[in-house]
Design a binder for this molecule. Structure first.
Ligand code: 5AD
Ligand code: SF4
Length: 452
């Protein structure tokens, strides 16, 4: 009998990718996609542990699933995957004993065995003896995953995972483990298969994606710049992006790829976290403000129209008003067009959680509001400057109205287009005519398909 799977994803794009791969792993067992938990035989929560709020959301969702499971006499498999599962493991089963499976980000290739085990246990004792697998296995999961199934024209491709940087605020080195780079050949193969399914844009993913390194086809070491050049040779692949990078891993070859590879989009996420040298040091970022600014300058020389976005944390322990103003100043100086900005959230087991001079919540709130106001202005200004320009837009979604399509500009701005309803899945030239609050609107100006 056909079974249905509902995966709820929290957190980063890596989790979005992992969720799709978990569905791929379970498809051979007969699991099709469910529209909601109510419609599903199995629910996976793919969780995020990066900030306290993200982690707590999981337990409230589990409360709702418990009600559903009870109403069905236990006939619902509940799995908790991802970084909360990795960090809290058995604690989840203690707090939520109705959970059947707890699995970390490195073991989801073993899901079919786990599902079988959980089902056997449920038959035996009626209430599902839970399965826990949060190992960091020696065999990389990528060697055991089925081919990725494309869903639309833009796809994620995970090339690197884990982190050895140990920023003092961050759980990733503990939840995702040590840095691992997938072999170049496996990445190129996966990219070709995605393109054969109609994908035209690939975003390379990794916690430290620019730390990716591998052996080249003809020997010799490759970095991410070389991998991007090889990907750009794939016919039919029109756009390449990568996220997220650490400033210290931005090497010369990758910078020059921005100048030389037309398919590489002029939009880069380069987290800086703070504009204060004192705080950068306390965060163990291993670079200072001057290094970041000089890196931005080198990137802009390579690609003058490059737009940058970043990640920022306000209220890190010991952050003074002056430190915070250094961050504001850096944001203005670089002219980020967007950021992900967060209040510092102490995470158990990380060095910063035990640091003195934790910042009061009200101060964090005020700083975040001030920062976001500035960023809102900068985003708006950038969008305003887009009006009147012609941009290449990948139309990959229906719009808000019948006949309207929506896509992304090279800078990831959503663009609504009314006069191209037959061009779904294509990259078209769009003249931007209007600015909405979070998006742009424009009209397609040519019928021929174009690159980037
Ligand atoms: N508190 C707040 N933000 C955090 N991030 C990581 N850890 C924390 C934390 N403890 C942010 C960083 C990172 C992004 C993914 O999440 O800015 O780049
Ligand atoms: Fe976390 Fe720092 Fe590693 Fe990024 S580089 S994943 S912020 S430890």
């Amino acid at each position: 009998m056909a079974k249905k799977l509902f995966v709820k994803t929290y957190g980063c794009q890596m989790n979005v990718y992992d969720s799709a791969r978990m569905a791929d792993v379970l498809a051979p067992l007969g699991y099709a996609e469910a529209a909601s938990p109510e419609d599903a035989d199995m629910v996976i929560l793919n969780t995020c542990h990066i900030r306290e709020k993200a982690a707590e959301k999981v337990f409230s969702e589990l409360g709702r699933l418990r009600v559903l499971k009870t109403a069905r006499d236990g006939k619902l498999i509940i799995a908790v995957a991802g970084c909360v599962a990795q960090a809290e493991g058995a604690e989840i089963l203690r707090r939520a004993p109705f959970v059947d499976i707890v699995l970390g980000p490195q073991t989801y290739h073993r899901l079919p065995e786990m599902v079988a085990k959980a089902a056997r246990a449920a038959l035996k004792n009626g209430n599902g003896g839970a399965v826990l697998d949060t190992e960091f296995p020696l065999e990389p999961k990528f060697d055991h995953l089925p081919d990725a199934r494309a869903d639309g024209q833009a796809a994620f491709l995970s090339v690197q995972e884990g982190c050895d940087k140990f920023c003092t605020f961050c759980v990733v080195p503990y939840t995702r483990g040590a840095e691992y780079s997938r072999p170049a050949q496996a990445i190129l193969d996966e990219a070709r298969k995605l393109v054969a399914q109609g994908v035209v844009e690939i975003s390379l993913l990794g916690q430290n994606v620019n730390g990716w390194h591998g052996d080249g086809a003809s020997g010799g070491a490759w970095g991410l710049g070389r991998l991007i050049r090889e990907l750009a040779d794939i016919q039919g692949l029109e756009r390449i992006r990568y996220t997220t990078s650490h400033p210290n891993d931005m090497d010369e070859d990758l910078i020059s790829a921005h100048a030389q590879v037309d398919k590489l989009m002029p939009f880069l996420s380069l987290p800086v976290q703070s504009g204060s040298d004192r705080i950068l040091d306390a965060m163990n970022r291993k670079h200072d403000r001057a290094f970041y600014l000089s890196l931005v300058e080198r990137l802009k020389i390579a690609k003058p129209d490059l737009a940058l976005t970043t990640d920022l944390i306000v209220g890190f322990p010991g952050e003074t008003d002056a430190d915070f103003q250094d961050t504001m100043d850096l944001v203005r100086q670089v002219g980020f067009i967007n950021t992900y900005s967060f209040k510092y959230s102490p995470r158990p087991g990380t060095p910063a959680a035990g640091m003195p001079n934790q910042v009061a919540e009200a101060v964090k709130d005020a700083r975040l509001a001030e920062l976001q106001t500035l960023l809102w202005d900068q985003t708006n200004q950038f969008n305003q400057q887009s009006v009147g320009k012609t941009m290449a837009v990948l139309l990959d979604r229906p719009g808000r109205y019948p006949g309207q399509l929506t896509g992304r500009s090279p800078f990831m701005q959503p663009v609504h287009v009314d006069n191209a309803s037959d061009r779904m899945g294509q990259i078209v030239h769009v003249r931007i005519t209007e600015l909405h609050s979070n998006s742009l609107a424009g009209e397609a100006i040519s019928a021929e398909r174009i690159c980037a």
